[in-house]
Design a binder for this molecule. Structure first.
Ligand code: EAX
Length: 323
């Protein structure tokens, strides 16, 4: 009797010790993102971390790292050597090609339209497809609508881009669209972009205001043209290998964190859209309105039949028609 209660007491002590030990050494997970800490991705990453750590009562610790090679980040997530990544759709189509339909130029009217599509059935079905690639598509994030920038060369109309070397993402849809406009698209990872602009390996690049602003591209580029040619979605990706170790309750925590991160991401994109152009002008960038955006659409038009073949005219129409 005495012995039994002694055993029970030891078991209780052991349980207490192990719970305490657990509480003291949280499970450490890594989230990488491209762009600086104060950017639309960096701030979203902080929200993700805060929600996970709070809702799990400290059982998880999220380590945020900047990794500008988005393809490497996504591959690490796929392999399970890191748990989460946040980045653009540049490399995402290598995993789920249908997502490239979101990269078709001029397919979205505005932010409300794009967000409606990624949050709706079309986007949610795309996210489910990632599981086949050992990736959990947690949420679509965004970079914003992309705009052209150049260093020395002034572009006053779409014809002026002919023959220019423009860095694009490693994304065949972007490359085809620019090629149609007469550009020599030069694909490279985001990490390679600043040196390429510095050394003049390319004449220009294209990225949304939040990316241009947070990465100080005003120091590397003279002109910004508000072409808004393509909506640049992002992906918050999770490792399927990690995900399968989680119970339902913990999965909920990460899903809640993803939802909160999307909100922070979009709020920051909106703030940058509101104040960013004035700020870039203040920093000395020559920002040009593009009165006739349709002229860029026209210039890229010859790429459309191929996009319809790749993604299906029905899918493109469904995206376009979503109210
Ligand atoms: O995700 O590669 C790019 O131009 C992206 O827009 C950038 O990495 C932000």
């Amino acid at each position: 009797m005495l012995r039994r209660s002694f055993l029970a007491a030891s078991a209780a002590t052991l349980a207490l010790v192990s719970t305490t030990a657990l509480a003291q050494s949280p499970r450490q997970i890594t989230l990488t993102h491209s762009s600086p800490a104060n950017s639309h991705f960096g701030l979203a990453a902080i929200t993700f971390k805060e929600v996970v750590e709070k809702e799990s009562n400290g059982r998880y610790r999220v380590v945020i790292q900047r990794l500008d090679n988005e393809r490497e980040a996504l591959e690490s997530v796929q392999l399970g050597s890191q748990e989460f990544s946040m980045g653009s759709t540049g490399p995402v189509g290598n995993f789920v090609p249908a997502v490239r339909a979101l990269d078709v130029p001029f397919i979205f009217r505005d932010y409300a339209h794009a967000r409606g599509v990624v949050d709706g059935k079309i986007g949610q079905d795309m996210l489910k497809d990632f599981t086949r690639r050992n990736i959990v598509g947690l949420a679509f994030m965004e970079n914003g609508f992309r705009h052209l920038t150049t260093g020395g060369k002034l572009v006053e109309k779409p014809e002026d881009v002919k023959g220019l070397k423009i860095r694009t993402m490693e994304n065949p849809v972007h490359m085809s669209a620019w090629r149609a406009a007469g550009v020599l698209p030069t694909p490279m990872a985001f990490s390679e972009l600043p040196p390429a602009l510095q050394q003049g390996t390319v004449d220009g690049q294209e990225n949304p205001i939040p990316v241009i602003l947070s990465n100080n591209f005003n120091q590397l580029q003279k002109y910004l043209y508000l072409t808004g040619h393509v909506y640049s979605a992002g992906l918050l990706a999770g490792s399927q290998t990690f995900w399968t170790t989680l119970n339902e309750g913990d999965r909920k925590i990460f899903q809640n964190a993803a939802r909160a991160a999307v909100k922070t991401n979009r709020d920051k994109v909106e703030a940058d859209e509101r104040d960013g152009v004035a700020e870039l002008r203040r920093r000395g960038m020559d920002v040009r309105e593009v009165a006739n955006r349709a002229s860029y659409q026209e210039a890229m038009k010859s790429a459309m039949p191929d996009f319809e073949r790749q993604f299906g005219a029905d899918l493109l129409k469904a995206i376009r028609d979503q109210k």
